[in-house]
Design a protein around this ligand. Structure first.
Ligand code: CDP
Length: 219
């Protein structure tokens, strides 16, 4: 499944636990590409809402996804996601997308298609990929797996400090309870509690975990 020359670091965890920040810093420090798998689920959700499709209407979502021009790329150290040639960014963090994304992400066909696109990154590059099922489903064979957690209070406070309306607890519940690829601590993953870390100390702790899992690096 994975070409031998490229490897993946899997960073999973609940909403607003700080996994994106840690993954970005790791990508910079290690010279890898940071792939935000959540942005892919958000992009599909954004397009569905643009098309006026009800997020609960799985059949229409599957049809729309089959004809959608969804492209995942790389710019510098980061993944990009575009639909119909438009690179999406700010629009992915809106309130409507926050409310609907966990519903769309629970559809098995959506996951199948996006997981394939996530695995395809390894054909071109080594990645730090963050999400919910990266260590369990996308790259179960990678030895490099971290589960970033933080207390519910810290996570809710982080999101509201960003000025975003996001029901973190509701999304976590939906993500953890779904049948397909639920949020969980993958086999072999080490939990990093990010409730009291600074960014620098969290990244240092992540590097220590990765070294303990066999990553050879000189940072
Ligand atoms: O904003 P936050 O970092 O909390 O979430 P995100 O990584 O942008 O992911 C948004 C949503 O996409 C999650 O709440 C999940 O429903 C879904 N997701 C998923 O199902 N699997 C992934 N690998 C990544 C995200």
């Amino acid at each position: 499944m994975q070409p031998l020359r490229h490897f993946a670091i899997a960073i999973d965890g609940p909403a607003a636990s700080g996994k994106s920040t840690i993954a970005k810093c790791l990508a910079r420090e290690l010279g890898l590409v940071m792939v935000n798998s959540g942005a892919m689920y958000r992009a599909v959700t954004w397009k569905i809402l643009e098309l006026g499709i009800d997020p609960h209407d799985s059949d229409s979502i599957i049809n729309a996804l089959q004809s959608m021009d969804l492209h995942c790329g790389v710019e510098g150290n980061f993944s990009t996601v575009a639909i119909d040639g438009k690179v999406l960014d700010e629009e992915l963090r809106g309130k409507e997308v926050n409310q609907a994304v966990s519903i769309v992400a629970a559809i098995p066909y959506v996951r199948e298609k996006l997981v394939q696109m996530q695995r395809d990154y390894l054909q071109h590059t080594c990645v730090v990929m963050e999400g919910r099922d990266i260590g369990s489903i996308v790259f179960p064979d990678t030895p490099f797996k971290i589960y970033v957690d933080a207390s519910e209070e810290v996570r809710a406070a982080r999101r509201s400090a960003e000025g975003v309306t996001d029901s973190v607890a509701a999304r976590d519940k939906a993500d953890s309870n779904r049948t397909t690829a639920p949020l969980l601590v993958a086999e072999g993953a080490i939990v990093l509690d990010n409730s009291d870390h600074t960014v620098a100390s969290a990244v240092a702790a992540a590097l220590d975990i990765l070294r303990s899992q066999g990553l050879v690096c000189d940072v």
